[in-house]
Write a protein that binds this ligand. Structure first.
Ligand code: 5AD
Ligand code: SF4
Length: 525
């Protein structure tokens, strides 16, 4: 998937940077510590930078599940008459964390706004996966400085994956003193306390626990919409792919108890949600950390299959842990959809070994073969990194040939981005950026061609579309996704929004389909 397609499908609300004038006087009043004082103060006390050596050694310490989250009494109404804005970068996990933070702030009396000038709290929920994600956030932190100077009581916070990195925390503390609050991915449930501290303290508040926390179950959520919902099934990742920062920013693998997940899904079904997506960095490792039972993703999907909710998806899969039981369960169909997102990263066994992916080209193809045998109509999509250190032309061509051989219908494609602290970042790299860009271009051309071909097969066919709303480009056109995750734009009545309707496809584009609704398919509730 290229930038154009990403934008087309993006849910991120873009708000114009403010043009309020700066006032250095205000900044001096807000922060009366020197930056060196601040760094040493917080590094001595709360901040423990994540460390890959320690992370790799992390064991099976017991993870406790807490069901007693509560907003402290003195913070319960503190947000009355005030507004919050959370800007989210990165993956669905971050989008879902934003829903939880919105839930907590709402319980504290805050209302949401999408206007930066109106906000009393602005949180940037950040992504660290590639350098350009980080650059965007630093750009935004800079844009917000004049607003903070104008409104010293504004609380400006940085949270999410970037704040789990020592170098980022250092940079913010030293160069962006207008940021009041920095907290990590394991500290979200501490938001009421952190807001309180930021409100009443004159210095920066930093709380980043490098040790991943326990599981906190009953956090409030304000979900984005009433049709589709995300459900976390596990946190963290223990795979340690050599290019990836996530095992450091998200901590070790911790699975939620199945009964808590099942209850959440039942509740969503009872509230009229039509689709859920189970979330985890590596959902196929679900349950491996339970020490009291043998229970995996296949078992969980089997339970969810029985719940009366029309669509159940999951992301993201790791090929290494994708087992036969899961394939067997998915092959039952029903609400388990035959779209599988299976990141391959590279088609070269040599590069896969350097990436520490723990599978080969051959074993990946074998897995694809098994999936296709059990689910002949399954759509497969993937993630691919080009330009990993020292990737040769031949190795890149192996990726192209694998894309063709599997017949991926879509792919998220990336140029390798070195992440400080990961093993790959220490590798010497002889591939010039120009070559990496050219490889990305060639890969995207192939992926686009395959996407367009897969779309053509739908011409004149009737597909089931879960209607999500109006198309961003034309409010008279409705938009939604098929079971196999194809975007469909079609003319139909507004009453179809939130329903699964039959749409006859009239035109196939590269990344989407156009159609007309087949009459009488909207249920009357
Ligand atoms: N550089 C480029 N892409 C990366 N990804 C993860 N880390 C990096 C990196 N350092 C990609 C992988 C992963 C997706 C979420 O992001 O393809 O599957
Ligand atoms: Fe990163 Fe995914 Fe590998 Fe985990 S499995 S280290 S999240 S790429």
């Amino acid at each position: 998937m290229n930038e154009q397609q990403r934008k087309q499908q993006s849910q991120i609300t873009q708000v114009n940077p403010t043009d309020i004038k700066s006032s250095s006087e205000n900044l001096k009043r807000i922060k009366n510590l020197s930056s060196d004082d601040m760094v040493s103060k917080y590094f001595e006390s709360t901040y423990q930078p994540p460390d890959i050596k320690k992370a790799r050694k992390r064991g099976r310490e017991k993870v406790n599940v807490h069901y007693d989250f509560d907003i402290p009494e003195d913070m319960a109404n503190i947000g009355e008459g005030k507004k919050f804005l959370i800007r989210t970068y990165g993956c669905q996990m971050n989008e879902h964390d934003t829903e939880v933070m919105a839930g907590i702030l709402t319980e504290m009396g805050y209302e949401s706004t999408d206007n930066t000038n109106e906000a009393d709290i602005i949180l940037l929920n950040t992504c660290a996966i590639r350098e350009n994600a980080e650059n965007k956030v630093f750009g935004e932190i800079g844009h917000l400085k004049p607003l903070k100077l104008e409104k010293p009581d504004l609380i400006l916070g940085v949270c999410g994956c970037m704040s789990q990195q020592e170098s980022v925390v250092n940079r913010i503390l030293q160069k962006h003193q207008h940021v009041d609050l920095i907290f990590g991915t394991h500290n979200i449930h501490r938001l009421p306390h952190l807001v309180k501290e930021a409100m009443f303290s004159k210095a920066n508040v930093v709380e980043v626990w490098s040790k991943e926390g326990d599981i906190i179950e009953n956090l409030p959520k304000v979900r984005h919409g009433k049709i589709k919902a995300w459900v976390n099934i596990m946190y963290g990742c223990d795979k340690f792919c050599t290019y990836c920062i996530v095992p450091m920013t998200r901590g070790k693998e911790r699975s939620r108890r199945p009964e808590d997940i099942i209850q959440e899904v039942r509740h969503l079904a009872a509230n009229g949600y039509k689709e859920i997506t189970l979330l985890g960095q590596n959902v196929n490792a679900y349950g491996k950390d339970f020490d009291d039972m043998t229970y995996g993703l296949g078992d969980l999907m089997n339970e969810l299959h029985k719940i009366d909710i029309p669509r159940v998806r999951f992301t993201t899969s790791h090929p290494r842990d994708f087992d036969d039981h899961l394939i067997e369960v998915l092959a039952q169909g029903g609400n388990l959809l035959d779209h599988i997102h299976l990141p391959v990263q590279s088609g070269s066994s040599h590069i896969l070994r350097k990436m520490n992916r723990k599978y080969t080209r051959e074993s990946y193809l074998e897995l694809v073969h098994k999936i296709r045998k059990a689910m002949p109509n399954a759509t497969l999509t993937t993630d691919i990194i080009v330009g990993f250190p020292n990737e040769t032309e031949e190795q890149f061509e192996e990726t192209l040939s694998l894309v063709e051989e599997v017949g991926f219908e879509a792919a998220f494609t990336f140029i390798y981005s070195p992440r400080e602290g990961t093993p790959a970042a220490a590798m010497k790299d002889n591939v010039p950026m120009e070559v990496k860009k050219e490889r990305l271009y060639r890969l995207n051309e192939l992926v686009n061609k395959q996407s367009a071909e897969s779309m053509k097969k739908y011409k004149d066919k009737v597909v089931k579309v879960l209607v999500e709303g109006e198309s961003k480009k034309d409010p008279d056109v409705l938009a939604g996704y098929t079971e196999r995750n194809k975007l469909v734009n079609f003319k139909g009545p507004k009453s179809a929004i939130g329903q699964i309707v039959d749409v006859k496809i009239t035109d196939a584009k590269t990344w989407s389909l156009d159609g007309i609704m087949v009459e009488n398919t909207v249920e009357v509730n």
